[in-house]
Design a protein around this ligand. Structure first.
Ligand SMILES: [Zn+2]
Ligand SMILES: [Zn+2]
Length: 347
């Protein structure tokens, strides 16, 4: 038996070496590439499973402080709805990697206009336009959204023209490539069938007004903070929610970095790090929220700083209540309709 296993292992090693060697030949490269691209196209037409309920995808969990993750982006999906909340740098790639159905993207809700929340608006617009989105993409946001959308439309006017000329107006009608805007405030409730999205005021001075959003669908609810301190308004907006996704700052990590920068005479960096601490929710304030408000699950995102090591991640996990998680790019939350179940699926 032992001898047989040895022969088997040796045969597998030889087989894998032969396979690897065969890829040196163009004929084998063509065959392998052909198989891969066919599988990819089948995946693109098949779409993702679509059970009835609210599904949340983390397409970006980073703040500007750190590397290795996409910046703020949360996707909200039901069988007949698809909205994005913020689209920071790297988010378009995460959306593509997860094969989200961008052809039915209905809108992007911006929480505020810091670059890490709007950087890839046009990338998402382009990807959904190319995939056949039937209506112009609508960008919702607080006062200021008009100027942001106008700027993007102007900046990419030549790009739109090139693509339309190259592929034909029938395939890429120009009006579907031009973003529309709608200014909203804390009194706004967007109703779309069984889905409703209500804005609330976030505290992120001087980026004001800034908004958070509460999404409701068939008995389930998700609150997305954008960038904000925890305030009494946060508590009201989160009361009874199934899931709260909140920006989270580790005060010991950021102040430690600021002090180290000061000692190294990196005074500009040190000042910026200290400044950052006053307009994001500290992990401590989020844990305290758990005692005041009834929330099913809390997910930290927009991590300040982005944990670069296991040790740094542990800072975010200190005293973490049982119903709290630190999210990563590619995480899913599934909230089946009219139930209490919350599934957190890691990639
Ligand atoms: Zn931010
Ligand atoms: Zn911000």
């Amino acid at each position: 038996m032992k001898k047989f296993l040895l022969y088997l292992v040796a045969a597998l090693i030889i087989l894998s070496a032969l396979l690897r060697y065969s890829l040196e030949f163009e004929g084998m490269q063509d065959t392998a590439q052909d198989q891969m691209v066919r599988a990819l196209m089948r995946q693109n037409t098949g779409g993702i499973p679509n059970p009835d309920g609210l599904r949340v995808f983390m397409c970006g969990t980073a703040s500007p402080l750190g590397l290795g993750r996409a910046q703020a982006c949360v996707a909200i999906l039901t069988p007949s709805h698809f909205y994005l909340i913020d689209v920071g740098a790297g988010a378009a790639e995460e959306i593509q990697r997860a094969n989200l159905p961008v052809q039915r993207l209905q809108g992007v809700l911006l929480t505020h206009f810091h670059s890490d929340h709007i950087a890839e608006l046009y990338e998402v617009n382009l990807a959904s336009w190319v995939r056949g989105r039937p209506e112009p993409l609508k960008i919702f946001g607080p006062k200021g959204v008009r100027a942001v959308v106008k700027g993007i439309n102007d900046t990419y006017a030549l790009d739109r023209g090139y693509r339309m000329t190259h592929h034909g107006e029938e395939l890429l009608p120009e009006h579907l490539g031009i973003l529309r805007h709608e200014t909203i405030d804390e009194a706004t409730v967007l109703e779309d069938g069984d889905l409703s999205i209500k804005a609330y005021i976030a505290e992120h001075h001087p980026a004001s007004p800034a908004l958070g959003y509460r999404v409701e669908y068939r008995g389930r609810s998700v609150v997305i903070s954008g960038d904000s301190n925890v305030t009494p308004v946060t508590a009201i907006a989160s009361q009874g929610a199934d899931l709260l996704l909140h920006d989270a700052l580790s005060l010991p990590l950021v102040t430690g970095m600021a002090e180290a920068a000061e000692q190294a005479e990196l005074t500009r960096l040190s000042k910026i790090l200290y400044d950052v601490t006053d307009y994001h929710a500290s992990v401590q304030s989020l844990i305290e929220l758990n005692d005041k408000v009834d929330i099913g699950m809390v997910g930290y995102y927009h991590l300040v700083p982005v944990p670069a090591t296991i040790v740094q991640r542990k800072f975010f996990e200190r005293n973490l209540p049982d119903n709290y998680v630190v999210t990563d790019d590619g995480d899913w939350f599934e909230l089946p309709s009219n139930s209490d179940e919350i599934k957190h699926i890691r990639p």
